[in-house]
Each structure stands twice: as structure tokens, then as C-alpha cells.
Design a protein around this ligand. Structure first.
Ligand code: PRP
Length: 219
């Protein structure tokens, strides 16, 4: 039995589609219910439905063998696990954003206040990469509000379509990283359950290859 931690929401739906295409019966997980553990003994799969930010924790501690989670969450949580496949979906970018007038002038503001749902990524970027000391203000959502009301000069957040920024008069100032969904594996399970996990990883890789080929043919 393989236990898979899914990030509740859109990533979970796309993960299930991919697994089904790769030949795994996921009907148990598609049940419309509020159950948090969905199991199909015959298919040898157990799904646990977790908050995205908690998926790396379940996988690190072995409560789940495998997890699917955004690279943003992995960067923020920095857990001990194997990141094995870039699944490609859930693509967006982690960026420093703010008013357009700050483009190119960011480094000139001393002791900036930076608001973010991602304090660790923010700290790593400004303090380690840019060697700059900033004041980090942790928020839990609607982060774009912060520069608009003077809470912070800039934000660090994910940008997908760019619509939230546009509609609030903000812009991407610097790109920190490309983000997409990643498949992660518990370090012990990778060895102890390799007989089940390896074929699943192979089937997923093969399916991603097929999907890519199909997209290429459509272009
Ligand atoms: C995310 C992110 C941005 C927005 C980016 O927020 O924090 O606000 O999506 O998407 P866009 O570039 O397509 O507009 P989310 O919807 O998760 O809500 P939140 O602000 O409450 O975190």
C-alpha cells in the first residue's frame, strides 16, 4: 500500500488525473466527501488530503510515502525528503513585486519592509542571495494589499497569470524562482517500499513524456 499526500485543491485534481493516465485507479480519491483518508485496498493506494503547506511534513515524518506539492512550499518548508519529479503543472513564479516606480531602485531603499506568506524564502533571497537586511512581515494571504496601504514597500509572492498584480497596480520587480508541482518521496519509504514506489515513478515519468509529445504534436 502506498500512501500519497495530496495538496487539497487544484493540485490534487491534476495529480489524480496524471495518476489515472499513468494507469492507477484513483476512483477512491474522487469520492465527493469530506473524508481526509481515502483508500482503495485493491488498487493499493491510500490518499490523505492535507493542506498544501503541511504535505512536506507528512512526507518527512513518513505519515505519507509520497506527496505532491508546489516547489514554493518545498522551498519554504525546507524538509528532509527526496524531490524526484517536476510534474510541470501548477506553474508560476516566485517574485518580488511592488509599484513599478521601484523597478531598478529596489536596492536603494535601506531596511525595506517585505510582506510575504513565505518568510523563509524572503529571508533566504534578501539575506543570503542579495546580502541585504530587510524587515519581514508575515501575512497569510491577499499579500498584494501590503504595499497599497503602506504596510510594506514590496512583497514576495507567487505570480501565476499576473492578474492580481495588474488589477492592484503592482508589477514584478525581480524573479526569485520558477515554481511548479513536485513529487516528493519519504527517504525511508524510497528504500523500504521501492518495489511499489519505483514502478509508480516510472509510470508517471512515462506519462509525462507522452503528454509532452502530444503537446508537441498539437503545436
Ligand atoms: C495567489 C498568490 C497571488 C495570486 C497570484 O493567491 O498569492 O495573490 O494567487 O495569481 P495571479 O497571478 O493569477 O493573479 P491565492 O489565490 O492563493 O490567495 P491568497 O492571496 O489568499 O493567498
Amino acid at each position: 500500500m502506498i500512501t500519497i499526500a495530496l495538496s487539497k485543491g487544484r493540485l490534487a485534481d491534476q495529480t489524480l488525473l496524471l495518476l489515472e493516465d499513468a494507469g492507477y485507479d484513483c476512483s477512491a480519491a474522487k469520492e465527493d466527501s469530506r473524508k481526509l483518508i481515502l483508500e482503495d485496498a485493491e488498487a493499493g493506494l491510500r490518499f490523505i488530503m492535507a493542506k498544501p503547506a503541511d504535505v512536506p511534513t507528512y512526507v518527512e515524518y513518513g505519515a505519507a510515502d509520497i506527496g505532491v506539492v508546489g516547489k514554493d512550499t518545498l522551498m519554504e518548508e525546507n524538509r528532509q525528503l527526496y524531490e524526484v519529479i517536476d510534474l510541470g503543472f501548477g506553474a508560476c513564479r516566485m517574485c518580488v513585486c511592488g509599484p513599478e516606480r521601484l523597478r531598478g531602485n529596489l536596492d536603494r531603499i535601506p531596511n525595506k519592509r517585505v510582506a510575504s506568506k513565505y518568510p523563509n524564502i524572503t529571508r533566504a533571497y534578501f539575506e543570503k542571495t542579495k546580502r541585504e537586511s530587510v524587515e519581514i512581515i508575515k501575512l497569510n494571504g491577499s499579500v498584494e494589499l501590503a504595499p497599497l496601504v503602506g504596510l510594506a514597500e514590496v512583497i514576495v509572492d507567487i505570480v501565476e497569470s499576473g492578474r492580481t498584480l495588474r488589477e492592484n497596480g503592482l508589477d514584478v520587480l525581480e524573479v526569485i524562482a520558477d515554481i511548479s508541482a513536485r513529487l516528493v518521496v519519504n527517504r525511508v519509504a524510497m528504500k523500504m517500499k521501492s518495489g511499489e514506489i519505483m514502478p509508480m515513478l516510472e509510470a508517471i515519468r512515462a506519462q509525462l513524456g507522452k503528454d509532452k509529445e502530444e503537446r508537441g504534436q498539437q503545436l
